[in-house]
Design a protein around this ligand. Sequence first.
Ligand SMILES: [Zn+2]
Length: 60
Amino acid sequence: MPLEAGLLEILACPACHSPLSDHTADDIPELICTGEDCGLAYPVRDDIPVLLVDEARRPA
Ligand SMILES: [Zn+2]
C-alpha cells in the first residue's frame, strides 16, 4: 500500500533534515534520505515510516 499522498512532503530525515524519497526494493519499502553525505534508509512498518536514526540502515 502506498504511503498516504502528501505524507512524504512533510517528512524529513531526523539526522540531517533533508527530504525523503520513497523507495521499494525486494518488496521492502524504505524511505531514503536525499541528503548528500547522509543517505540513511528508514524502514516502513505497517505503512508507518520509522524515522529513527537508530532504526535506519546505513548506506553501503
Ligand atoms: Zn539524512
